[in-house]
Write a protein that binds this ligand. Sequence first.
Ligand code: AMP
Length: 187
Amino acid sequence: MEMTVNKTLVENLKGAIRDVPDFPSEGIIFKDITTLLKQGERFKEVIDLFAARYGPGGPVPGVEAIVAIEARGFILGGALAVALGVGFVPVRKQGKLPAQATRMTYELEYGRDTIEMHQDALSAGQKVVLLDDVIATGGTAEATVRLIQGVGAEVLETAFLIELGFLPGRSKLEALGQSVFSILKYD
Ligand code: AMP
């Protein structure tokens, strides 16, 4: 479902994000959200936009938990979970979670990565939103969707502050039958 985000708001938020060229490797333009997060008003605008979508009376009702991806996803996801009054579930890089975890390995441009979620973090049938700061190739989000589905929970929507529209993230998730929402799109 579409939600039109106010143009001035979008410009203000885009203006608060810093582009860092050639980080972490040459040719990548890193979208640095720390410059947005340190501005309380902007940070709140982001959380308010997500909360309007997933809160009472919004277009995506019934959210029972926010699942977010290490590390920047935790900042947005924790704040959103509190705003909605729902639980927060962390998805972490391999070896960080203390209790029994379920894991998923996925391909990166160069090499592979593994993410984990506690086996008892979600229950079967629980309805969640998957949240991260940026969707690029969609590999991380796809692996996370599979982790969530693997324990029988349901992803109502995948949500991102930033969508890199020149990369295939959205189409990858939509091919899995997922709904994709982003506040800021870069083409
Ligand atoms: P991907 O699996 O390619 O969609 O990459 C997603 C993950 O990498 C997210 O957790 C992002 O935080 C991070 N990421 C990828 N590309 C960028 C970028 N250009 N700027 C900032 N973070 C990025």
